[in-house]
Design a protein around this ligand. Structure first.
Ligand SMILES: [Zn+2]
Length: 235
């Protein structure tokens, strides 16, 4: 017996002498582990399938979970040619690895992940903008909207600086700020709103004020750590 899944490789580690264990994020069943047999040899038929970002149809024997074949749609090879792009793309895989669950389909996350990685690989776009948009979308899908115009507690319109309440992952105005909050500058607040409302296809036309993307990423990374107990590795 076997299954066929549409998947992207989000992790790989050595297993036994010649094998690799890969973690797949599949469209059909969420996260899944599988084994690639004897793929360390340079001529191994499935050696490309142990590489991060490899995307395609995976044919897997059950219950052994040994990969028997892969129809590659895209190996995202471009991501490995630029160290900045590579790091940001790896951060996206870390996000998926952290929030995707085994045997739980998450089609919106699958589609968004592929779109974000494709943009980083093939568009002339600031890869940090893509990661910010992706993280905002991930938070929003879990009920933590950060790209807001109004305070999430009192509803007052936000202008100037605002705060991220780290206990609840909510954006609040200065009056509603509590002890465990970090400042979000006016610049970072508007950068988040702009990136959130701009389609992935249009991100290459955006130009934020210098440094604001790093400020936003730092805030989002702190929030990710608080929500999921995992700090993303960023350059
Ligand atoms: Zn308020």
């Amino acid at each position: 017996m076997g299954i066929k899944v549409k998947a992207i490789v989000i992790g790989a580690s050595d297993y036994k002498e010649k094998d690799k264990r890969i973690t797949l994020f599949t469209l059909e069943k969420g996260k899944m582990c599988a084994t690639l047999r004897s793929v360390k040899a340079p001529k191994a038929k499935l050696k490309f399938a142990k590489e991060l970002f490899c995307f395609g149809d995976f044919f897997i024997d059950t219950p052994s979970m040994i990969v028997t074949g892969v129809d590659v749609e895209n190996n995202m090879f471009e991501l490995t040619k630029d160290i900045d792009k590579y790091y940001i793309a790896c951060a996206i895989l870390e996000v998926v690895n952290t929030i995707a669950l085994e045997n739980e389909q998450n089609a919106p996350l699958f589609v968004e992940t592929l779109k974000a990685l494709g943009k980083i690989a093939y568009d002339d776009v600031n890869e940090k903008y893509v990661l910010i948009k992706y993280l905002l979308s991930v938070f929003s899908s879990m009920g933590y909207s950060l790209a807001l115009s109004n305070c999430s507690v009192c509803g007052e319109r936000l202008s100037g600086k605002r705060y991220l309440n780290l206990d609840f992952g909510e954006i609040v105005c200065p009056a509603c700020k509590t002890y465990n909050s970090i400042e979000v500058s006016a610049r970072a607040g508007s950068a988040m709103k702009l990136l959130d409302s701009t389609d992935y296809d249009k991100l290459s036309t955006l130009k934020l004020s210098k440094g604001s993307e790093d400020e936003v990423l730092n805030i989002l990374n702190i929030n990710f750590d608080r929500r999921f107990n995992k700090k993303l590795k960023l350059l």
